[in-house]
Design a binder for this molecule. Structure first.
Ligand SMILES: NC(=O)c1ccc[n+]([C@@H]2O[C@H](COP(=O)([O-])OP(=O)(O)OC[C@H]3O[C@@H](n4cnc5c(N)ncnc54)[C@H](O)[C@@H]3O)[C@@H](O)[C@H]2O)c1
Length: 445
């Protein structure tokens, strides 16, 4: 292949969400020329002003600094006749909720867009999480058809999954080993050379399919171990055992497999969908996917369990969920590391069920925008006003800020009787029980 040149340091990133934007700024920081493309004009307009459309530690500061640099990243809402040598696809791969099947439309559209500008010597890297086989069977034929070029003879193709955690993306991009799978040895070498410019280590796993599988191998395992803890928590609740205490004791000095603490559900745009992507791969290969789906079912059922326990407690005091004032603390899908991302947060499921029962919901989150909380049908509130006359308070996200609140002052404001559901055991139950009339509950006890 002629025209093969890595002297062209221009990289085009398609999709400037959590993955694409963090990658773009890290690449820009190490000296690449970045062309970031996103179909969403609002995203592009705000990026041009140095504003990120989501919270990520250090991101906005770095973006603002880069924009006044001598070689700032360029943002656009459509791909032009680019002069890039490497194209990276970082668009979303959501699940079609009605079928729990992956929606690859964004990957398909991005591939068409790249195909329209692809030149001899270019390298295309898919980084979105996809069903195994997508790069070879879907992306490659589109690139060849729309560009009229041939893989190997004219261009190269790799799959390199994103594995960073939201809240640590900027540092993890440099610290996590990058998994590299490619169409050919040259594709692998080119992708490795590229990632070696800014990450500590690259791991050549061979073909495209191996790299695709590693991403869902990681994430489904995580979802399953959380499901294990959550199912054990349900059992402990019934048996009047404290799952958190038991887990800490089980893990103490026992350096084998660390059992995670139970949680009020497992949300986020990745763990809530990647097991379904794996299940779709199982189905294609006639392999039983029920283990992975069961993990999802357990984690998705945690909100209903919280509400059933709350309802039982209120009923015990002749109160009902209907008309009850419920304060919800935490809408981001996780608190550590901190994020403002509410996509597929367990809190959204909780809100839907509570609204269907006609509870009056008040919500707070230190990082999530007021408008996002209001759009869910929840009254946005301060902590003081939210605790005032509340019949229940439910801590759904383990934000560090919540650990620091003076819970004694806030508990005094609650109705009596009332309930504190401490989804992350941030507070000692004994402190709560000093306030007569307030029942303390957590997940697993
Ligand atoms: N969020 C994470 O931390 C994370 C981590 C690992 C892997 N992933 C995976 O990475 C992928 C992207 O995730 P995300 O959270 O960044 O998604 P996102 O939804 O935040 O961002 C995707 C962006 O792509 C844009 N887009 C869609 N089609 C486009 C096109 N044809 N051209 C240009 N832009 C287009 C959308 O407007 C959107 O802004 C997903 O497959 C996800 O599973 C995400």
């Amino acid at each position: 292949m002629n025209n093969y040149s890595e002297n062209n340091k221009t990289i085009c990133v398609l999709g400037l969400g959590y993955v694409g934007l963090t990658l773009s700024v890290v690449l820009s920081e190490v000296g690449f020329n970045i062309i970031g493309v996103d179909k969403n004009r609002q995203v592009i307009d705000s990026l041009k002003k140095g504003k990120s459309h989501f919270y990520e530690i250090g991101l906005e500061e770095l973006l603002s600094k880069l924009l006044i640099d001598k070689n700032p990243p360029v943002f656009d809402y459509k791909i032009n006749n680019q002069n890039a040598s490497i194209y990276i696809i970082t668009v979303g791969t959501p699940i079609i909720k009605s079928k729990n099947e992956p929606n690859l439309d964004y990957v398909i559209n991005a591939s068409v867009d790249i195909g329209s500008v692809l030149k001899k010597g270019d390298l295309v890297i898919l980084r979105s999480t996809v069903p195994v086989g997508t790069t070879r069977k879907i992306v490659l034929p589109i690139l060849e058809k729309t560009s009229g070029l041939k893989i190997n003879a004219d261009f190269d193709l790799a799959f390199c999954p994103e594995r960073t955690i939201e809240g640590k993306a900027l540092s993890e991009l440099k610290e996590l080993p990058q998994i590299i799978g490619g169409y050919s040895d040259r594709s692998i070498n080119r992708a490795s050379d590229f990632f070696n410019k800014f990450t500590c280590e690259t791991l050549n796993v061979g073909n495209l399919e191996s790299a695709e599988m590693i991403k869902i191998l990681n994430n489904t395992f995580r979802d399953l171990i959380f499901a294990y803890s959550n199912q054990m928590a349900l059992l402990c609740q019934e048996m009047n055992l404290d799952m958190v205490k038991l887990t800490k004791a089980a893990n103490y000095g026992y350096k084998r497999d660390i059992i995670p603490l139970p949680s009020p559900g497992v949300g986020g745009a990745c763990l809530s969908k990647d097991p379904y992507i794996l299940a779709s791969v199982c189905d294609t290969n006639n392999i039983d996917s029920s283990l992975f789906l069961l993990g999802r079912k357990i984690n998705e059922g945690m909100c209903q369990n919280i509400i059933s326990r709350l309802e039982k407690e209120l009923n015990f005091h002749s109160k009902k969920l209907e008309g009850a004032k419920i304060l919800i603390l935490g809408f981001a899908f996780k608190g550590r590391p901190a994020t403002s991302d509410i996509r597929d947060s367990s809190t959204i499921d909780l809100v839907k069920i509570l609204l269907s029962k006609k509870a009056i919901l008040h919500g707070h989150d230190p990082l999530v925008n007021e408008s996002e909380i209001i759009s869910l049908g929840v009254n946005y509130t301060t902590l003081d006003a939210g605790f005032n006359n509340a019949d229940a308070a439910i801590i759904m996200t383990n934000h560090v800020e919540y650990e620091k609140i003076d819970i004694n002052i806030l508990l005094k404001k609650m109705n009596k009787p009332s309930v504190l559901i401490d989804g992350w055991q941030l507070f000692n139950s004994e402190i709560v029980y000093q306030h007569s009339g307030i029942k303390y509950m957590s997940i697993g006890s």
